[in-house]
Design a protein around this ligand. Structure first.
Ligand SMILES: *Cc1c(COP(=O)(O)O)cnc(C)c1O
Length: 368
């Protein structure tokens, strides 16, 4: 099989989904499965749906279109505030979008009216991470105005933390979200159906001891696909951390000094700290680089250490392992490495099911 390739185990993804959906159901929270790291792969979308997610969310309308065209049956939510010039595409393919600008809501209402549809709007609130969101003091006004647009319906409110500034979801900001939902209901006489508390970084809070209040939805991507929570990148109990792995092939294996020699200037990708002198090491080069993935986000198997990378090479100290040119090694990925590998045309994507058995029958290549 060609390398580099992402190996995607649908059974493990389904297991991770089912496990998180079950744990959150006990807390009154349903799950929106987030597909953006998968480029809207219909096979992965199906695994999320059979694992029990209530809806699918993606940040890009193109990915939602891919899933729709493949016949994926689900409520589709556009998670990034729509690009105004894509309003017609958004109402055509997404049932709901997350919004922060009344001008965009207005454009969605016009576009929906033109095709006799109603589009759902979730208003996003800023609770401190300083990415998207209406300031809390302005939420009531935005919600009131949203109710006036004829072809959109206000479905709920949401927030997103941790992604830009690392602000952790906690009892304080989550109870503020509950209070905002209740204040809107009182002020406007509406029911706020969806109170979407955040992404995978909300899991510690959601599965902790405290009250979850009105929060009834989390949008989960990373935790399902990689089995880790993003705040501390710790494995989540009972989940697979290898549902998706990146397989690379060795192209050179030599014993070399651990330190470079000659006059040292900048590297192709800026300065790197000088390596520690450990004498001679077993250095292996894999045909995998920054055009394929984020090398800083790779976790090699035990015994191997990533030393450096360039656009096309990953340099690894293979320790006591004997690796020769042509050998394949599987790396685990963080979210950044996963997204880059998924979007690289140089990386094949191989989906397996049946617990990795029957690879030849059950394997199909999404692209690449
Ligand atoms: C990407 C994204 C998510 C999912 O985040 P994960 O950390 O992958 O769970 C949720 N909400 C929004 C708005 C997003 O952009």
């Amino acid at each position: 099989m060609s390398t580099p390739r992402l190996e995607i185990d649908l059974d493990k993804i389904r297991h991770n989904t089912h496990t998180l959906v079950g744990r959150l159901a006990e807390r009154g929270i349903s799950v929106t499965g987030v597909t953006k790291a998968t480029l809207g792969s219909p096979a992965i979308a199906d695994a999320l749906l059979t694992g029990g997610v209530r809806a699918l969310g993606d940040s890009r309308i193109e990915n939602i279109e891919t899933m729709r065209r493949a016949g994926v049956q689900a409520t589709m939510i556009l998670l990034r505030t729509p690009i105004p010039s894509q309003a017609a595409q958004v109402v055509a393919h997404a049932d709901v979008s997350f919004n922060t600008e009344l001008a965009v809501v207005s454009a969605l209402s016009s576009a929906a009216g033109a095709v006799r549809r109603t589009h759902g709007v979730v208003l996003m609130v800023e609770l401190g991470d300083l990415r998207e969101g209406i300031m809390p003091a302005d939420l009531e006004h935005a919600a009131r105005r949203t109710l006036y647009f004829p072809h959109v319906v206000l479905r709920g409110i949401g927030t997103n933390l941790a992604c830009r500034s690392g602000v952790s979801p906690d009892a304080r900001n989550m109870s503020e979200l509950t209070a905002l939902a209740e204040a809107l209901e009182t002020a406007l006489g509406v029911t706020i159906d969806i109170v979407s508390g955040g992404n995978s970084s909300n899991l510690d809070w959601a599965l902790g001891a405290g009250d979850t209040g009105r929060v009834n939805d989390l949008r989960l991507g990373e935790s399902i696909l990689l089995g880790r929570e993003p705040l501390h990148r710790q494995p989540i109990d009972g989940l697979h951390t290898d549902a998706i792995t990146l397989v690379a092939e060795a192209i050179e294996s030599k014993v070399k000094p651990s330190q470079p020699w000659g006059v040292i200037a900048e590297t192709a990708f800026g300065n790197q700290p000088p390596p520690r002198d450990r004498g001679d090491i077993s250095q292996v080069i894999f045909a995998l680089g920054r055009q394929d993935t984020d090398p800083d986000g790779l976790r090699p198997p035990p015994g191997l250490t990533v030393l450096g990378s360039s656009s096309d090479h990953l340099i690894v100290d293979s320790g006591h392992e004997r690796i020769r040119a042509g050998d394949e090694i599987s790396f685990q990925l963080n979210y950044s490495a996963l997204v880059r590998a998924m979007t690289s045309p140089f990386v094949a994507k191989v989906v397996t099911t049946l617990g990795g058995r029957a690879m030849s029958q059950a394997t199909h290549v999404i692209q690449g």
